[in-house]
Design a binder for this molecule. Structure first.
Ligand SMILES: [Zn+2]
Length: 427
């Protein structure tokens, strides 16, 4: 059977390849619409604008969104507990729902009868899923919306869903083999577990299974793990990012190098202190606005840290890309005015295999922040000074803050210590 092309094309070409200027105008229009809609139909959002002394007409563009305070997950829980079930955040009537989802919190979420949000479908297409694929969905179908959204989006693109949920590794391998499943939705660690189990069952992953494309989310995907899974199964593996509240926000294309912003939502990277948008390359909180008429979320703070880059991609998509998720906003420290996050520190340390353990210590000397990367080396180095210079250069380049290096004897740092130890006192 000839292999179909899984590397090119788009689910929503008119949006995914839109000229950036035209997209800006399109998004401005969509923002104005959803703000007017949410104001008219969701009491919680109306209250928010009223508190600002603003009217819907004052929020007519993506830029205007920055004036609206960010709504965090904790706010959803608090609003709902005051006004069950949805805290005045949902515009849809109960009779228009077919499911009620429950996310940890608890947060109650509406499942609309008519599901039209195709952002995960865009992600599937970019990951190489095609109409007619049989697809095993190994995410959790208990209470939370994610696996159901995937199921809806697979239907939308003409795939056939096998709703296996999590676990049952051996049975799942049997389904993959018996049904010659072409596509799978799974965490990277579960894909690895499936591969191990299949091999333990005496199967050849490439010959006995027929996996062509894999979609992953909800877990970090190290490049080494991606490479090994793609090689073992002989498939394309692409990741996507979103949250259980606001849905898909970005996804990788065939050409990798970041995750394109999903179409038909607004993704912003903002300064966690001020809520103001940051320029490309600067890490900040991912804040998003969807255009969901049933459950509009305007300026929803994900609590995740990332940065974005603009530019051409060989795939033809014109949307900016999230670089990667670097950690959580609550683990971030500000040093000399710059946000420093654990993921960035890790990124620096990983470039130097000689460094076996590390911790970034932030102190204050003569009213200046001092940043020191404490490093334990695996062996005695002949050229410590060259290594020191190399690490210091990377600290400056990756974290954008000047830092120093302190080499210590192995065993000095406690096992499993925090990546950033902020020792500054502010009294
Ligand atoms: Zn691309």
């Amino acid at each position: 059977m000839p292999q179909m092309d899984r590397t090119q094309g788009y689910w929503r070409p008119e949006l995914e390849t839109m000229d950036p200027q035209a997209r800006q105008e399109y998004l401005d229009k969509r923002v104005a619409e959803i703000v007017a809609h949410a104001y008219a139909h969701t009491p919680a959002f109306k209250q928010k604008l009223d508190d600002l002394g603003a009217e819907p007409g004052d929020v007519a563009s993506v830029e205007d969104l920055s004036n609206i305070p960010i709504t965090e997950k904790a706010d959803l829980v608090a609003l709902q507990q005051k006004n069950l079930p949805f805290g005045g955040l949902v515009a849809a009537k109960l009779k228009d729902l077919k499911r009620l989802y429950i996310s940890p919190g608890p947060i109650y979420e509406p499942g609309e009868k008519k599901f039209t949000d195709d952002r995960w479908t865009q992600a599937f297409y970019a990951a190489g899923f095609r109409a007619g694929d049989i697809c095993q969905v190994t995410f959790n179908f208990n209470m939370v919306p994610f696996a159901f959204w995937l199921d809806e989006c697979l239907q939308m693109m003409g795939c056939i869903c096998i709703p296996t949920g999590v676990g049952n590794t051996e049975l799942q391998v049997q389904f993959l083999k018996d049904l010659q499943v072409q596509a799978i939705c799974a965490t990277p660690s579960f894909l690895a577990a499936l591969g191990d189990k299949a091999e333990a069952m005496g199967l050849n992953l490439k010959k006995d299974l027929n996996l062509q494309a894999a979609f992953t989310a909800a877990e970090m995907l190290p490049e080494s793990l991606r490479a090994s899974l793609e090689e073992r199964f002989g498939m394309i593996l692409r990741q996507s990012y979103g949250t259980a509240d606001i849905g898909c926000l970005s996804y990788e294309c065939y050409h990798l190098d970041g995750m394109h912003f999903a179409q038909d939502c607004v993704v912003q990277i903002v300064d966690p202190d001020t809520g103001q948008p940051l320029p490309p390359g600067q890490p900040g909180e991912v804040v998003a606005t969807n255009f969901d008429k049933a459950y509009p979320l305007i300026r929803f703070g994900t609590g995740d840290l990332s940065s974005y880059e603009q530019g051409q991609c060989a795939c033809g998509r014109t949307a900016p890309k999230l670089t990667r998720i670097m950690g959580r906003v609550d683990q971030v420290t500000k040093v000399r005015g710059m946000f420093v996050h654990p993921g960035g520190v890790q990124q620096v340390a990983q470039k130097f295999p000689q460094v076996e353990a590390f911790q970034l210590v932030v102190t204050r000397e003569a009213n200046q922040d001092v940043m020191t990367l404490v490093c334990e080396l695996g062996q005695e180095m002949a050229d410590r000074e060259a290594l020191r210079t190399g690490i210091e250069r990377q600290l400056k380049e990756v974290l954008r803050v000047k830092g120093q290096v302190d080499f210590r004897q192995p065993g000095t740092l406690p096992k499993g210590c925090k990546i950033i130890d902020d020792q500054r006192k502010w009294d």
